[in-house]
Design a protein around this ligand. Structure first.
Ligand code: FUB
Length: 451
């Protein structure tokens, strides 16, 4: 059993170290499980600091059913293509950590004075707590980090979230638990490591349910303290606001409604003028202990309140020339279904059971003048096929291209078919792939692209 687990983790690691994946929609990456994503912007690049779920822990390893050995860092400049920078910390490299415990829960990273500080929870070998919080320092957002020999004193808890205020004061939010006292904040010295005083319980937020995943951000002078709450298997993201980073906070409501019986854990970031919530869900695995990071754009009302946002498949980012568009991460789908593609090294989905008069809507594709004049689709068909038409703005909008799909030799036999554009378009467009043909199932679609 232990050997199997080690083998599985090693195989996953080899895959991770040797691959770079470009996945445009939700989830953001599919070559490994990623949870608890903290998104940060440094030097015009968006970095994501998630935790890492794996399979195979024994009963003595992991906690609460999670099996989490290490951390990876990801970056993107277009919110479509995510680069895996590889493993930044393994559980057995934590100087103060107990070995092989698989308890590396939600991390975070922040910049101060040109240095990058990576915070993570770990199980201490001195057994002083369920979790302590460690720190590493680096000159780069992707490390390597120099790990502190000991954990931060005074702090017992999970989900560290550092925050540097405009006046230079540094706070660490953290917590996890039920009722009063679940979520806390402590001021840190400017060295970002030593506490200045004692922890303070966050006040003013409803005490019901289990709460975790503290995340603080500031917008227009208002401090937004946000968290995840589980109540009778309902997990939702909530927030409160204050004019003081230490609170008390006025409860303002929901950021993302219940996603189901499993955790949610988020961060909120402004990138190139738009606001995004990064969070996780378990759509690849169907196992709420094997999660995958996702993101949605969010908006604020005029009064500064967050407009609640449901989790979607489409997610964020604007595919451009050459990017693979996975139509199974749609905005709307009519007369078709979504299924997993068989025998893939990395799990991915396809549009299946495609019938005539159906269509799939996918919003926000960037058409740049002179850069795209070919439409390519990866398709399969075990019947006589049909026509795959590409329309702009609505299912009956201007026709951009049309592919004639014939029998490809079976539903698992994939072909890339390309045709030149017969119409013209430019700018950011919502596209509609419409399905034409006779009775029965026409074809399956893996992805499309424009070049
Ligand atoms: O990923 C392990 C734990 O589950 C995190 O620390 C919590 O916030 C929850 O997402």
């Amino acid at each position: 059993m232990f050997f199997n687990m080690k083998l599985k983790i090693t195989l996953i690691s080899i895959l991770i170290i040797t691959t770079f994946y470009s996945i445009a929609q939700n989830p953001l990456v599919t070559h490994m499980y990623t949870a608890d994503p903290t998104a940060r912007v440094f030097n015009n690049t968006l970095y994501v600091y998630p935790s890492h779920d794996v399979e195979g822990c024994t009963e003595e390893q992991g906690s609460n059913g999670f099996c989490m050995p290490d951390y990876h860092i990801f970056s993107t400049t277009d919110l479509v293509n995510y680069k895996d920078h590889g493993r930044v910390l393994d559980q057995n490299e934590v100087p103060w950590g107990a070995k092989d415990k698989f308890g590396m829960w939600a991390p975070d990273c922040i910049e101060n004075g040109g240095k990058y500080y990576y915070y993570f929870p770990g199980i201490p070998k001195d057994k002083s707590s369920f979790r302590r919080i460690g720190v590493g320092v680096s000159d780069s957002p992707t490390g390597p980090f120099k790990w502190e020999e000991n954990y931060i004193s005074e702090v017992h808890g999970i989900d560290p979230n550092p925050f540097v205020d405009d006046n230079g004061k540094v706070y660490l939010y953290y917590g996890g638990g039920k009722g009063t006292g679940a979520l806390k904040v402590i001021e840190l010295k400017n060295n970002m490591i030593e506490p200045k005083g004692k922890p303070k319980v966050i006040e003013g937020i409803p005490e019901y349910g289990y709460r975790e995943a503290s995340f603080m951000f500031k917008r227009n002078g208002i401090y937004y303290f946000t968290w995840a709450r589980v109540n009778q298997n309902n997990y939702e993201l909530e927030y409160g606001t204050s004019d003081n980073p230490l609170g008390p906070f006025k409860f303002q409501g929901v950021i993302m409604p219940n996603i189901g019986n499993g955790t949610n854990h988020h961060s909120i970031v402004n990138y190139k003028g738009k606001w995004y919530v990064f969070y996780h869900y378990w759509s690849i695995s169907d196992n709420n202990r094997l999660r995958s990071m996702r993101a949605e754009e969010i908006e604020f009302n005029k009064d500064g309140n967050i407009v609640p946002k449901e989790a979607t498949l489409r997610g964020i980012g604007m595919p451009k020339a050459g990017d693979l568009i996975h139509l199974d991460r749609y905005n709307n789908l009519v007369n078709a279904k979504v299924g997993l593609i068989k025998d893939q090294p990395v799990k991915s989905w396809q549009i299946t059971h495609v019938k005539a008069y159906g269509w799939v809507q996918f919003n926000s594709v960037l058409f740049e003048k002179g850069k795209q004049n070919t439409f390519t689709a990866r398709v399969s068909s075990g019947t006589n096929g049909g026509q795959l038409e590409l329309h702009i703005d609505n299912p009956k909008g201007p026709l951009l291209a049309k592919i004639e799909v014939k029998n490809t030799g079976g539903w698992d036999s994939w072909k890339e078919l390309s045709v030149p554009f017969i119409g013209k378009t430019k700018g950011v467009k919502d596209i509609y792939a419409t399905f034409k043909g006779n009775n029965g199932y026409l074809y399956n679609i893996d992805w499309i692209k424009f070049e």
